[in-house]
Write a protein that binds this ligand. Structure first.
Ligand code: ATP
Ligand code: MN
Ligand code: MN
Length: 385
C-alpha cells in the first residue's frame, strides 16, 4: 500500500498580501532566527538582504504546521539559499551558528541598544558605534550632541523600551478620543498599527484621525496637541504639517514609504493609576503601596512614558491611510510591490493610481482597495506578515 502523505499540501502565494498571516503561528523558532539576520542587515543598511530574510520568515509564519524537515519547504516561494541554509542548520542542530554569533556580537548588541533610542536610526547608530560608543549611557557620558527627539529618547529610554500593553493602549485611546472630540466634534478616531492587528503589546500606540466633512480636519493636529499639552499629558511632541498637495511626488507615490499627512510623533505621560483603575473589576486592588505594585512600577514614580503616533487624514484618503497605517511593515511593502509589479498601479497611504487607465481609483473602505488591486480581502488580524 502507498504510504500516506506526510506533508500537507499547502498553496503558498508569493506575495505576503495574498496570504493570511496570523499573529500566532507555528514556526517562531525559525522566524525569530531569520528576523535577527534581517535586523542585522538593517543595521548595515542592506535593505535588499533584510527584505529577503523578512520575506522568508513571513512565508514560514503563514504555514499551518510546524516545519520539521527540509522537504516540507520544497514548494514554498521566497526561500533563498541563505535562508534555507539557516533553516537547515536549526532543524539539524537546534540553533544556527550564524544567528547565534550575530546575536552575541558586540556590533549587533550596540546597534540594538543605540537604535533603541527614540530618534536614532541605523546611520547615526553606526557612526556612534565606529566612534566607540555602545549604549545610551555612553552618549550621556561623552556628551554627544543630541537633537530634541534623541534627548527625549535617552531620558525615557527604559520606559520606551518597555512594551506597551493592550490595557495601556486602551487608556491612551480614551485620552486621544477625549482630546480630539474636544477640539473637533464629529471627528473619527481609529486605532491603527500593531494593536489593530491584534497584537497584545506594542512599541507605541498608533492613531488615525479624520472627519466626515472634507476640509474640517485641516490644521487639526496643533489643536489636539495644545489640548494635550494644557492637560500636562505630553512629554515630547513633534508635529509635521500635511505636505501632500504642495509635494512634487509622482502619482500616489511619496518618496520611500513616508507619507505626507499631518502627523505627530509624541511621548505621552501616562498615569499608572489610570491604567490600574481602568478595569472596574480590579478597582478594589488599587490601594496605594500594596502588593499590586501600583506605586512601584516606574522605579517609584506614578507615571510612565509611552510613544504615541497621531496621523490626520482627509476623509477622501481615509481608507488608504487606514490600510497604510495598519501594517505590518512587510505587508505594506508587499501591497505596494503587488500594485506596481502585477497591476501597473501605484499605491500609497494617500491614493491608488492606475497607470494604464491614467486615473486615481476611488475607495471608501479597505475592502474597496483590495478589490481594485484584484486581491482577496485580508482582515487586519491576518496582516501580521
Ligand atoms: P509596533 O508594535 O512595533 O508599534 P507596528 O506595526 O504598529 O508595530 P509601527 O512602526 O508603529 O509598527 O508602524 C505602524 C504602521 O505605520 C506601519 O504599517 C508602517 O508602515 C506605518 N508607518 C510608520 N511610520 C510611517 C511613516 N513615517 N510614514 C508612513 N507610514 C508609516
Ligand atoms: Mn505601532
Ligand atoms: Mn508607530
Amino acid at each position: 500500500p502507498k504510504p500516506t502523505e506526510v506533508t500537507p499540501a499547502v498553496i503558498m502565494k508569493s506575495y505576503a498580501c495574498q496570504r493570511r498571516t496570523p499573529l500566532k503561528h507555528h514556526n517562531s523558532f525559525l522566524t525569530e532566527a531569520l528576523e535577527i539576520l534581517a535586523e542585522n542587515a538593517e543595521f548595515s543598511e542592506n535593505e535588499g538582504r533584510s527584505v529577503a530574510f523578512r520575506r522568508s520568515a513571513s512565508v514560514l509564519k503563514a504555514l499551518p504546521y510546524v516545519v520539521r524537515a527540509m522537504n516540507e519547504l520544497k514548494d514554498l516561494p521566497c526561500l533563498g539559499e541563505h535562508s534555507l541554509r539557516v533553516i537547515k542548520e536549526i532543524l539539524e542542530d537546534g540553533t544556527s551558528s550564524e544567528v547565534e554569533s550575530t546575536r552575541q556580537s558586540e556590533q549587533f548588541q550596540a546597534m540594538k541598544a543605540l537604535t533603541g533610542v527614540f530618534g536614532v536610526g541605523a546611520r547615526t547608530a553606526d557612526r556612534w558605534f565606529r566612534e566607540g560608543l555602545r549604549s545610551p549611557e555612553d552618549l550621556i557620558r561623552t556628551g554627544q550632541k543630541l537633537n530634541h527627539a534623541q534627548q527625549a529618547g535617552v531620558q525615557y529610554y527604559t520606559d520606551l523600551n518597555t512594551p506597551v500593553t493592550e490595557k495601556e493602549a486602551m487608556v491612551i485611546s480614551d485620552i486621544v478620543e477625549k482630546a480630539v472630540k474636544a477640539v473637533l466634534p464629529g471627528a473619527i478616531i481609529t486605532l491603527t498599527g500593531g494593536f489593530r492587528r491584534g497584537k497584545e503589546v506594542g512599541h507605541d500606540v498608533d492613531f488615525l484621525i479624520t472627519h466626515p466633512e472634507e476640509g474640517a480636519e485641516e490644521r487639526l493636529m496643533p489643536k489636539i496637541v495644545n489640548w494635550l499639552e494644557d492637560q500636562g499629558l505630553l512629554l515630547y511632541q513633534k508635529t509635521t504639517r500635511n505636505s501632500y498637495l504642495e509635494s512634487k511626488d509622482g502619482p500616489a507615490r511619496p518618496p520611500s514609504n513616508m507619507d505626507r499627512f499631518e502627523r505627530c510623533f509624541s511621548i505621552f505621560k501616562l498615569e499608572q493609576a489610570q491604567v490600574n483603575s481602568d478595569t472596574r473589576l480590579e478597582a478594589s486592588s488599587c490601594n496605594f503601596g500594596t502588593t499590586d505594585g501600583t506605586q512601584e512600577c516606574h522605579s517609584g514614580s506614578s507615571w510612565r512614558a509611552v510613544r504615541v503616533d497621531l496621523v490626520v487624514s482627509p476623509y477622501s484618503q481615509f481608507a488608504f491611510a487606514t490600510l497604510g497605517w495598519t501594517g505590518s511593515k512587510l505587508f505594506e511593502r508587499e501591497l505596494r510591490r503587488w500594485a506596481g509589479q502585477e497591476k501597473g498601479m501605484s499605491l500609497s497611504s494617500h491614493a491608488l493610481y492606475d497607470s494604464k487607465q491614467q486615473r486615481y481609483l476611488h475607495a471608501i473602505s479597505e475592502e474597496d482597495i483590495f478589490a481594485h488591486l484584484g486581491l482577496e480581502y485580508i482582515p487586519p488580524s491576518e496582516r501580521n506578515a
